[in-house]
Design a protein around this ligand. Structure first.
Ligand code: ZN
Length: 62
């Protein structure tokens, strides 16, 4: 499965070194995706949630 950046329309690279912090604490590196163009990072979880939200919105507006 692969994702593309909705802004740049390029394939995102799978990475495993996404830095995360929570309440000022460093969390372990996370798996996710990074756009080679704009360097936007997405966690796998976030992407799935976004996709689901978009699918829901499409259904609602129909
Ligand atoms: Zn991008």
């Amino acid at each position: 499965m692969s994702w593309s950046c909705c802004k740049c329309k390029v394939a995102m690279e799978e990475v495993d070194d996404i830095l995360m912090t929570y309440n000022g604490m460093d969390l372990p590196d996370a798996d996710g995706w990074r756009c080679p163009e704009c360097k936007q990072e997405f966690l796998e979880e976030e992407l799935v949630t976004t996709e689901l939200n978009e699918a829901e919105q499409m259904l609602e507006t129909k």
